[in-house]
Ligand binder design. Structure first.
Ligand code: SF4
Length: 297
């Protein structure tokens, strides 16, 4: 657990908060901060340290961005903007600095498609602003209901508070996503999470744990120490590149979806229309081979 008092905070002037994105789901990404005190051990955004010359550990610094006011926001009408691709716009310091809220205020009336991704319940503070966007979507990521495992991996608000926030936002008529990510083999129980949120969730996105770069060693060592019985499985998946675990899970999700009459699709864009009134499950498993084999069905 990070002591927030030790996080090095700097306020920074930037020209713009709008960054053109190559994410498949959005034309622009909005990151009101550099760094993230949620400090997930599996965070893929730690490369931002290199880009911004930070020497502190991930989670121990935060640059607060101040940008030039967005001129004529209407010119972005119809564009999709995602908040939180390499930081969490609702990290603990947003309560004080309100940079995400400022962005939402500046873009009022612009007609953009807004996606907010977070691990926090603080997003409920901004329901008044989010509601005004044409078809907003708020997504919470979580990968377990067990708060102890969550504490080992993340310095985030509780899972319980995220689920309550999801319900509150859904009750306000805003579309919600439960992003079950990253799925830890043998630890994440996809189905118990779905059962917990299915009544107030429009989309369920699934993404497998993808161990790349510096955190591979951290996670493998953690598994060896805390879940030694699972280590051979992790070794198969992440050292020997065996994908059969993901193929099996893909099959199980398909069976679960068929049984419960949920639509289950592979790699669809996240706004895929939902004619069922039940959550749509969208599989974003990383591995190309799984995508191809699944698409043949
Ligand atoms: S909340 Fe997202 S950006 Fe922040 S540390 Fe976790 S994975 Fe990284």
């Amino acid at each position: 657990m990070i002591d927030l008092k030790n996080v090095v905070i700097k306020e920074k002037k930037v020209d713009t908060i709008l960054t053109k994105s190559n994410l498949p789901i959005a034309g622009y990404s909005i990151n009101p901060y550099v760094g993230c005190p949620f400090a997930c051990r599996y965070c893929y955004a730690t490369f931002m340290k290199r880009f911004t010359n930070h020497k502190e550990d991930w989670g121990m610094f935060l640059d607060v961005k101040y940008w030039n006011k967005i001129n004529n926001p209407q010119k972005y009408k119809g564009k999709t903007m995602i908040i939180g691709s390499v930081t969490d716009g609702y990290n603990y310091f947003e309560a004080k600095y309100k940079r995400t809220r400022t962005f939402l205020e500046e873009m009022q009336g612009s007609g953009i498609n807004l996606i907010v991704t977070t691990k926090s319940n603080l997003v409920t503070r901004d329901i008044d602003l989010i509601k005004n966007y044409p078809n907003p979507l708020v997504s919470w990521s979580m990968n377990i209901l067990d708060e102890r495992f969550k504490k080992d991996m993340e310095n985030t608000p509780t899972i319980k508070s995220r689920i309550e926030a999801m319900k509150q936002i859904h009750d306000e008529g805003i579309r919600t996503t439960c992003f079950i990510s990253p799925i830890f083999p043998g630890i994440t129980d996809v189905f118990s999470i779905i059962e917990e949120i299915k009544d107030f969730c429009d989309y369920i996105w699934l993404e497998n744990l993808n161990l790349r770069g510096s955190f591979k060693g951290t996670i493998m060592n953690y598994i060896k120490e805390k879940y030694p019985a699972l280590y051979p499985l992790y070794d198969e998946i992440y050292n020997k590149k065996n994908i059969s675990y993901w193929e099996m899970l893909d099959k199980q999700v398909e069976e679960y979806a068929n049984k419960n009459r949920y639509m289950y699709v592979i790699d669809e864009e996240p706004f895929f229309k939902n004619p069922t009134g039940k959550p749509i499950i969208i599989n974003y498993f990383y591995h190309e081979k799984i995508r191809q084999s699944s698409k043949k069905r």
